[in-house]
Design a protein around this ligand. Sequence first.
Ligand SMILES: [Zn+2]
Length: 84
Amino acid sequence: MSAPRDRRPPADEPLGSITRPVVDDSDIAPVCYACGAVDLTRLRVALPAGRPAVFASCPDCEATAWFVVDGDGRALGPDGLPRA
Ligand SMILES: [Zn+2]
């Protein structure tokens, strides 16, 4: 048995839509709409219409909301309408 000699690492691939750099989305989803906590869990996602958004979950009160990237900063519910 001869081991393959060509063990080059794969060529650099451009980052696709799945792999994203770590970003700070605290500007987009700044605060829990329900209790005001700022230490939210934030996930960058894409809405069905293709709009980028941030899904935020509050570890304190478990409230969740959507925030449209480059939107007006309002917390949106699952139906896309503003919370509160
Ligand atoms: Zn909260």
